[in-house]
Unconditional design. Structure first.
Length: 646
């Protein structure tokens, strides 16, 4: 039996030939969510809450706030003016996307019927030539504020193309999940209009809020049509060309004032020279995801640029929770190491980050991109929703004076449905494959139908992650096959740094142990930053891989340049960042200190917060208690802190 430890960061360049679809795509493909079923006790209940509570709640909120009526008004099936913000259409699209992906994993005739009804309403609002933007169509003479006087006239504020992008993504999801063409045909009609309107020898401009670019790549992939990929690339190529100086400029004090700043919307320079992350963090993360698509599918000169952006974000601008965006006023990235704990860290920026890091992995095969993804998923993303599934954070601060609280919905409601669609898409983030190798990138109890070295295989993961680092993986190919299996070792198993931005105070000498059928994989150094363990061997039905990752409680320090975290430490166990809440700590966090040498212990509390590991320590006669950050603010308002003075 030949065994080989596969080193980290070995890029795979195999392109899998496909009968249909684009000629060129990512060298590694995600195992599609339709082939994966989550069965664990951490994510499966949250996904069931998403299906039974969050999705119906958001549909209902979209109904009572007039978001669905806007489509009926545009279709002349209801009287009255357009209601709400000019990007409210997307809240309907995103929940259709969430519902569609949810249907893929869990048939639900009532939800399926509801989605069909919503798609019909969207279709009725589409104008005969394909134009679909209810903030204008309801009353073209009086478009919603910021929408601009004519079609496509104020792209820097209108969110017209942002709306089209979410519509296309929802349509691709609906088609992929249900096989129905109803929504896809609407999206194609709209996209074909944009192909006619925009281009090098037609209308040249760029959207003020990115999203259309990555959506057009998805439409290209599902239709095989080159023109959509060309249009996505066009919108990237037009950045930094100062088109929007012709657009209206807004006076100080205007609600649109920030749109005057080209860097705010990543239009300050050509994408090839955007090597540092700037501006509104959601826009930026969607742009970087699209740049990763275009770098991989079309324009390889962008590859160093996306890697430079990733390093800039993860080494200088990312919260320890994975949150992105430091500036409360502009929702934007701050300067290097400017990470105030009141934060912005919009839920959508965490989601944008996850979508981007996933693409970075599929492009590079490097596990470090999944380190950023996992940090975000278990912390700055998951904090966006209450355990009940019907309350949401827009901002995800790392400290609270007790005033912050999740809301049932928002006037600007981008986050809730965005969070819901990612929860529904989660199975698609666990596994990836290329011709030779299967990649296990997240430890989530699940069953997956994959191709292992081209042979159909069933993978079954059993684990109590994130509370426990023991994972059993059953590998069952239909027939014996030589292939690689690469298992991501989380970056928090490394010594002493998880990144240049955050480091652990201690070192651990207990390395992860990976065994195949009881034989230990040897060689390599999973603690030295080598981020994957794996075996290239002949796999047979009944093979079992076991992974045992120690999960000590570790203190995290921020880079000395992060002023606000000086003299403070965070607590991490496994992928979970911890927070102190006043309710567990005598009603107040004032004057509370936790010396670095205070012994800490973890205890699983099935009765608390849906079942969590709680960390406690004794400081004098006081017991200090920490809970997972994602679960804060589920017991009323109160002070909270991630970074604790030591
Ligand atoms: Zn948002």
């Amino acid at each position: 039996m030949r065994m080989l430890l596969i080193l980290a960061a070995v890029a795979q360049v195999t392109v899998i030939p496909r009968a249909v679809g684009p000629a060129k795509d990512y060298p590694i493909r995600a195992v599609p969510l339709t082939s994966v079923r989550i069965t664990d006790s951490f994510w499966a209940p949250k996904r069931e809450t998403n299906r039974t509570v969050t999705i119906p709640h958001i549909i209902q909120q979209n109904e009572v706030t007039g978001r669905i009526d806007n489509f009926l008004k545009a279709a002349k099936k209801k009287p009255g003016p357009y209601q709400g913000q000019r990007y409210n259409d997307t809240d309907v699209y995103k929940i259709i996307e969430a519902a569609s992906w949810s249907l893929a994993g869990h048939p639900d005739p009532a939800l399926d019927k509801k989605v069909d009804e919503l798609v019909a309403i969207v279709g009725a609002a589409q104008e005969p030539d394909g134009y679909l933007y209810t903030p204008r169509s309801v009353d073209p003479a009086n478009p919603a504020p910021g929408a601009g006087p004519e079609r496509w006239s104020w792209l820097h504020t209108s969110h017209e193309l942002y709306d089209q992008g979410h519509m296309i993504e929802a349509a691709v999801a609906h088609y992929s999940a249900t096989g129905k063409r109803s929504f896809l045909d609407i999206a194609i009609k709209s996209a074909d209009l944009m192909v006619k309107v925009f281009g090098r020898s037609a209308r040249r401009d760029v959207p003020g809020h990115e999203e259309i670019e990555l959506a057009l790549v998805k439409l290209h992939r599902v239709t095989g049509q080159q023109k959509y990929l060309d249009l996505a690339k066009f919108f990237l190529d037009e950045r930094g060309q100062k088109h929007s100086v012709e657009h209206p400029q807004f006076e100080q004090g205007s609600r649109f004032f920030m749109y005057n700043d080209l860097a705010y919307r990543q239009d300050h320079a050509p994408v090839a020279s955007q090597t540092a992350a700037v501006g509104h963090a959601v826009r930026a993360s969607y742009l970087y995801a699209a740049m990763t698509d275009i770098a991989t599918l079309v324009e390889s000169t962008l590859i160093p640029v996306i890697h430079s952006l990733f390093a800039d974000v993860t080494e200088k601008k990312m919260y320890v929770t994975g949150g992105l965006g430091a500036d409360e006023r502009t929702e934007a990235f701050g300067a290097e190491y400017a990470l105030p704990n009141r934060a912005y860290a919009e839920t959508c920026a965490s989601i944008g980050g996850i979508l981007w890091y996933h693409r970075m992995f599929l492009q590079s095969a490097s596990a470090k991109h999944y380190g950023a993804l996992e940090r975000t998923l278990y912390n700055g993303y998951l904090s966006g929703v209450s355990l009940s599934g019907d309350r949401f954070f827009y901002q995800n601060p790392l400290v609270s004076d007790g005033r912050q609280e999740r809301s049932a919905y928002f006037d600007v409601a981008c986050c809730p449905a965005n969070l819901s669609r990612l929860m529904a898409e989660l199975p698609g983030l666990i596994y990836a494959q290329d011709k030779e190798t299967l990649y296990i990138n997240l430890f989530i109890g699940s069953e997956a139908d994959v191709a292992l070295g081209g042979v159909p295989a069933r993978i079954r993961q059993e684990t109590n992650y994130p509370w426990d680092g023991k994972v059993t993986i059953h590998v069952d190919p239909q027939r014996p096959v030589r292939a690689g299996l690469r298992i991501r070792m989380p970056d928090w198993t490394s010594n002493p740094t998880a990144s240049a931005l955050y480091r652990f105070t201690d070192t651990t000498d207990r390395a992860p142990v990976v065994m195949v059928n009881g034989s230990r994989l040897t060689g390599g150094d999973p603690t030295g930053g080598a981020a994957e363990a794996g075996a290239y061997r002949e796999w047979r039905k009944g093979d079992v891989v076991t992974v045992d990752i120690p999960m000590p409680i570790r203190r995290v320090l921020a880079n000395d340049k992060v002023a606000e975290d000086a003299g403070k430490a965070a607590i991490q166990r496994g992928p979970i960042l911890y927070a102190l809440e006043a309710v567990d700590n005598g009603g107040s966090l004032k004057d509370l200190k936790l010396p670095l040498d205070t012994p800490l212990t973890s205890t699983f509390r099935p009765d608390l917060l849906g079942g969590v590991d709680v960390i406690t320590g004794k400081v004098g006669d006081r017991t200090v208690t920490a809970i997972p950050y994602y679960a804060w603010n589920n017991r009323g308002k109160g002070e909270m802190a991630v970074w604790i003075p030591y």
